[in-house]
Design a protein around this ligand. Structure first.
Ligand code: VGL
Ligand code: ZN
Length: 178
């Protein structure tokens, strides 16, 4: 059984958002196509309290983004809701990293309940939440495929996207085009 995890395709990570990823919205169409082919689709949302550790005002690396319940935290309007079977909210603890869709969410159990053995991963951002989610999926024992063209990287430092791909491959994650 295969599942697709759509990571954090939210307004704040798309052009015009609070933590804009270059071409972030370019993942929407390829993800809708992947979702059509996937029997089980989980969308994650970065879903922070207003005092999350990662915000600059608490000394963290990021501007305020994806505060739960705000328009910036909504899924991009182009994401086909009818394909999504479950939504998993991440980064809810003010003091925990919260990059991975598997951290404190019950996602692993949800996938197991659905008989999932292979996990496809796409979304935003390749060098943070996509990477962390794919690595945790692999550690949990799933076969993992990351769809490169259905992701974009933040690239705080240029090359972070390609370094993420290398790290994923070293961990045994299959990174494919498309
Ligand atoms: C993410 C930075 C901060 C992500 C979330 O979804 O990759 N990146 N919060
Ligand atoms: Zn975040």
């Amino acid at each position: 059984m295969e599942a697709l995890i759509v990571v954090d395709v939210q307004n704040d990570f798309c052009p015009g958002g609070a933590l804009e990823v270059a071409e972030g919205d370019a993942v929407v169409e390829p993800i809708n196509r992947l979702a059509e082919a996937a029997p089980f689709v989980v969308a994650t949302r970065d879903w922070h309290p207003a005092d999350h550790w990662s915000f600059e005002e608490r000394g963290g690396p990021w501007p305020v983004h994806c505060v739960r319940g705000t328009p910036g935290a909504e899924l991009h309007p182009g994401v086909d809701r009818s394909q999504i079977d479950a939504i998993v909210d991440t980064g809810r603890d003010p003091d925990r990293p919260g990059y991975s869709g598997f951290e404190d969410t019950g996602l692993e159990q949800l996938l197991r309940e659905h008989g999932v053995d292979t996990v496809h991963v796409a979304g935003l951002a390749l060098d943070y939440c996509v990477k962390a989610t794919a690595l945790d999926a692999k550690r949990a024992g799933f076969d993992v495929v990351v769809h490169r063209d259905a992701t974009r990287a933040v690239e705080v430092t240029p090359g972070d996207g390609e370094r993420a791909v290398e790290e994923l491959r070293e961990a045994g994650v299959d990174v494919v085009d498309g």
